[in-house]
Ligand binder design. Structure first.
Ligand SMILES: NC(=O)c1ccc[n+]([C@@H]2O[C@H](COP(=O)([O-])OP(=O)(O)OC[C@H]3O[C@@H](n4cnc5c(N)ncnc54)[C@H](OP(=O)(O)O)[C@@H]3O)[C@@H](O)[C@H]2O)c1
Length: 262
């Protein structure tokens, strides 16, 4: 038998009913990491509201998949998160879906380079708008509902919210703000609501492609010598939701050791 590879660890998850009776709103849930988070929370028993902006078809397909597994447990909700006046309605929609809101996952994001010299106010408004401003106003709108159910918020930060990513100053600043927002909200929303963040390293490459040599370089500078997966991030979200009643204001790096790298 070949020796186990580092990737071949168990994919077993906590019991399928640990989040039974809970409702989760996951932003940017139609595709990529957000879809995996939604699948994993749903697989643990939660009902899920899948937020999307432009990926209507993917969102509908995912809802159909989840409803096929457990009828009546997934809904979709469209919203452009840059439209702050509409965020209250998104939260209301989620809280009314099954009569309450337990988990808000701020996953939606934009990510692209903004080299100094070329930064526009549009870049700032978009990157800060999705990665920081929307999570704040969603949290504010959700506070009462989350208090009622002693719920939690999970923010998707980034290891580059602590160490800036080259050519991405605006994104890095926005994620740094999200890390502070996580801690500030944990104070403001305690004792009834917990607020934590997951800070992924490379878990899913951008869709516009990345030079293979750069991917190899990143992996080489990661203690576990490989990229992670969306499931690694989703498992950390499940940990906060199901296994961490005395944890708040924390940022968990899910990065294979990239942030202790060299
Ligand atoms: N991928 C990684 O390796 C990695 C590494 C570090 C941190 N992260 C963080 O983990 C999270 C998920 O990563 P990802 O790569 O899966 O994210 P992503 O694909 O870049 O974005 C997720 C979703 O955000 C939504 N979105 C963007 N702008 C929006 C807006 N104005 N209003 C509403 N929704 C909007 C999009 O939904 P629609 O498609 O419906 O428009 C998109 O599908 C993000 O917060 C990201 O910063 C990821």
């Amino acid at each position: 038998m070949p020796p186990p590879t580092p990737e071949s660890g168990s994919t077993a998850l906590p019991p399928a009913n640990v989040l039974q009776g809970k409702t989760a709103l996951v932003t940017g849930a139609a595709r990529r990491v957000g879809a995996t988070i939604a699948r994993v929370l749903h697989g643990a028993g939660a009902s899920v509201v899948l937020h999307y902006r432009s990926s209507a078809e993917d969102a509908a397909q995912l809802a159909a998949e989840l409803n096929a597994a457990r009828p009546g447990t997934a809904q979709i909700a469209e919203c452009d998160l840059l439209q702050v006046p509409q965020l209250g309605a998104l939260i209301d929609r989620a809280a009314q879906a099954w009569g309450g809101l337990d988990i808000l996952v701020n996953n939606a994001s934009t990510f692209y380079p903004t080299p100094l010299g070329d930064i526009t106010e549009i870049d700032w408004d978009d990157l800060v708008g999705t990665n920081l401003k929307a999570p704040l106003f969603l949290a504010q709108a959700a506070a009462a509902a989350l208090r009622e159910r002693q719920g939690l918020i999970i923010n998707l930060a980034d290891i580059h919210g602590v160490r800036p990513l080259g050519r991405h100053p605006v994104y890095s600043v926005a994620k740094a703000g999200l890390i502070m927002l996580t801690k500030a909200l944990a104070r403001e929303l305690g004792p009834l609501v917990r607020v934590n963040a997951v800070a992924p390293g490379p878990v899913m490459w951008p869709e516009d492609g990345l030079d293979p040599a750069l991917k190899e370089k990143i992996a080489a500078r990661t203690a576990l010598h490989r990229a992670g997966t969306p499931l690694d991030v989703a498992r950390a979200c499940l940990f906060f939701a199901a296994e961490a009643p005395y944890v708040t204001g924390q940022v968990l790096a899910v990065d294979g050791g990239r942030s202790i790298g060299w």
